[in-house]
Design a protein around this ligand. Structure first.
Ligand SMILES: *[C@@H]1O[C@H](CO)[C@@H](O)[C@H](O)[C@H]1NC(C)=O
Ligand SMILES: *[C@@H]1O[C@H](CO)[C@@H](O)[C@H](O)[C@H]1NC(C)=O
Ligand SMILES: *[C@@H]1O[C@H](CO)[C@@H](O)[C@H](O)[C@H]1NC(C)=O
Length: 403
């Protein structure tokens, strides 16, 4: 009895031989979408990431390329580049129509052809036009993003694909030419307050229209301004498409701010099928290419890690009452834990903390604080009752999700 791996392999070679013969009759035999995220046999063999570069000569970079994506971002190895300017986003109006697709691989959204959204500045020398957004997500909350942060994944990753509209006439041409693509990537996290743009796509009535492969659904009045994160901090590196043909023409820009979707919404995503209705249900989740080595590339950021915290209006830490999200009196370690898991933390008298958190929403004199950055270290001065003055004056540095 051969092991499953061997069986897959022999099946694969068998398949290759068959294909080689077949190509004599039709060069179109190997189709653009003859790949998957996990080697699978559904009637016939479909190659997973380890085989992408071997089954089609047009995809050879998937195996041989040295500037491939995604990568694991080690925050300790990022390089501060003071010459990275802020990015500029030109939305061309706030309301837009777009069509959402189940491609069998990921959820895609393409805006109206007439509507031009372009980005420039940052690491870009040219203006790039938004072509498509793609959503990758996991079967549980500890996987789903293609890029990793210090070895950890997020529940999902939203990728906004833009092509160089100054040099190329469409995304196909741009995707295999120099400086062709910019992909703005935003990690997806779970929260009770979803992003307004994604909320429109992921509510039950809408998402269930694209349950099966090749389903498409037209949406109107999408609030475009909620799509791009309102932060200017990002990291950037040169890489590739994360799907075949893996061309190394992409500059990645990963924003230091996540986008939120609800637990119900991510659950609905997991109920999408990779297949057509006539075929067996196969969840689309875990549509993630494994990370590739960074090699000699460097990851640059415009975040000046050595900048001391900005002055607070009220610099002196006051006595702080706090409790955990579930109403328990939080200990210091519980508080750190709360930060790490990004459960909204309920704090009182938090003007000290409010200075350091990127987003604090006041509600009935209680501050709901979300730790919003993904790379940026936060410095919080906590006054913990029952601890010495010296202990309380010591600033605590939280590196979100990297502790
Ligand atoms: C960017 O888009 C706006 C309209 O949304 C357009 O007016 C502008 O010319 C575009 N920029 C470039 C460089 O094409
Ligand atoms: C993209 O542009 C190239 C070059 O201008 C052209 O040959 C090709 O047909 C275009 N493709 C699509 C899908 O429009
Ligand atoms: C980055 O922060 C350090 C420490 O505060 C400061 O000396 C340096 O000037 C900053 N660099 C830039 C470009 O802002």
């Amino acid at each position: 009895m051969p092991s499953p791996a061997r069986r897959t392999l022999s099946l694969f070679f068998h398949c290759l031989v068959e294909r080689k013969q077949a190509t004599q009759y039709s060069s179109q035999r190997i189709q653009d979408d003859w790949w998957t995220y996990k080697d699978s046999v559904q009637g016939s063999f479909v190659p997973g990431p380890g085989f992408w570069g071997l089954v089609n000569s047009a995809w050879s970079l998937c195996a041989a390329g040295k500037r491939q994506s995604p990568v694991n971002i080690e925050t300790g190895r990022m390089i501060f580049d003071p010459f990275l300017t802020p990015m500029r986003v030109n939305l061309g109006g706030n309301k837009v129509s777009g069509t959402m697709y189940n491609t069998g691989k990921y959820v895609a959204l393409r805006l109206d052809k007439e509507h031009l959204v372009n980005v420039s500045g940052g690491p870009m020398a040219y203006s790039h036009r938004l072509e498509e957004m793609r959503l990758h997500f996991g079967s549980n909350d500890v996987r789903g993003s293609e890029h990793l942060l210090n070895g950890q994944a997020f529940p999902g990753e939203l990728q906004l694909i833009h092509y160089n509209q100054e040099l190329y006439s469409n995304v196909t041409e741009a995707s295999h030419n120099p400086s062709g693509l910019i992909i703005i990537s935003i990690f997806v996290k779970i929260s009770e307050r979803p992003n307004l743009f994604l909320k429109r796509l992921l509510n039950r009535d809408t998402i269930t229209r694209i349950t099966y492969k090749n389903d498409a659904y037209l949406l109107h009045d999408l609030p475009l301004s909620s799509l791009y994160p309102d932060t200017q901090s990002y990291i950037t590196y040169d890489g590739s498409l994360t799907t075949p043909p893996c061309h190394e023409t992409t500059t990645w820009v990963i924003m230091n701010k996540p986008v939120y979707i609800t637990r119900v919404q991510i659950h609905s995503l997991r109920l999408l099928s990779q297949n057509q209705p006539s075929q067996i249900f196969h969840s689309m989740s875990d549509n993630v290419r494994p990370t590739k080595p960074l090699g000699n590339r460097c990851i640059r950021t415009n975040i000046n890690f050595s900048t001391p915290s900005k002055d607070c209006p009220n610099k002196k830490p006051r006595k702080l009452q706090y409790r955990g999200a579930h109403g328990r009196q939080a200990t210091l370690s519980a508080l750190i834990h709360t930060f790490r898991t990004d459960v909204p933390l309920i704090l009182r008298q938090t003007d000290t903390i409010a200075c350091y958190l990127t987003l604090c929403v006041s509600k009935k004199s209680i501050w709901h604080c979300y730790l919003d950055g993904v790379f940026l270290a936060l410095q919080i001065v906590l006054v913990v009752p029952g601890h010495s003055e010296e202990f309380n004056q010591r600033p605590l540095t939280f590196l979100p999700l990297v502790l």
